[in-house]
Design a protein around this ligand. Structure first.
Ligand code: 4NP
Length: 156
């Protein structure tokens, strides 16, 4: 657990994965754990951009500040830099496998694999919807962060 580091990955790195990063950091802090955490996108359109204002708002409403995060694109080196690479959906998991994640050092999974009863499921992309979608995203990433932390405690 002490040496674990987690990279959360979605498509744009402005909605789901920065929320997962913020939720995971907050949940780890609450448990007194200091773990490596970052997020990235499989796409490069938003590189350098802060999280979507709707993502910032839902995080802030839950006491988590993600305004300082900036989007970046995932690279093959990330599979060596992180012990766990966690995709938000199956499309992004497939993209990570194409990038070489199947052979790298990091353990690859879907975020919802860490939530009992939801293994194999996707965190829905809220980008084209309304603010209620971001609330659902927050609930998903919070459940995923908690489940991942519990799993790491059992199997670091
Ligand atoms: P994310 O959401 O993958 O959760 O960051 C998206 C952000 C931007 C786009 C798609 C999804 N886009 O097509 O620009």
């Amino acid at each position: 657990m002490a040496g674990a580091s987690v990279l959360f990955v979605c498509l744009g790195n402005i909605c789901r994965s920065p929320l997962a990063e913020g939720a995971f950091r907050a949940a780890a802090d609450a448990r007194g754990l200091q773990l490596g955490v970052d997020s990235a996108g499989t796409g490069g359109w938003h590189v350098g951009a802060p999280p979507d204002p709707r993502a910032q708002a839902v995080a802030r409403a839950h006491g988590v500040d993600i305004s300082g995060l900036r989007a970046r694109q995932v690279t093959a080196a990330d599979f060596e830099l992180f012990t766990h690479v966690v995709a938000m959906d199956r499309d992004n998991l497939a993209a990570l496998r194409r990038l070489g994640g199947a052979s790298g050092g990091a353990r690859l999974s879907l975020l919802l694999d860490h939530v009992p009863g939801r293994a194999g499921g996707d965190v829905a992309d809220p980008y084209y919807g309304g603010p209620e979608g971001f609330l659902a995203t927050w609930a998903d990433v919070w459940a995923g962060a908690e489940g991942l932390l519990s799993g790491l405690a059992l199997r670091p």
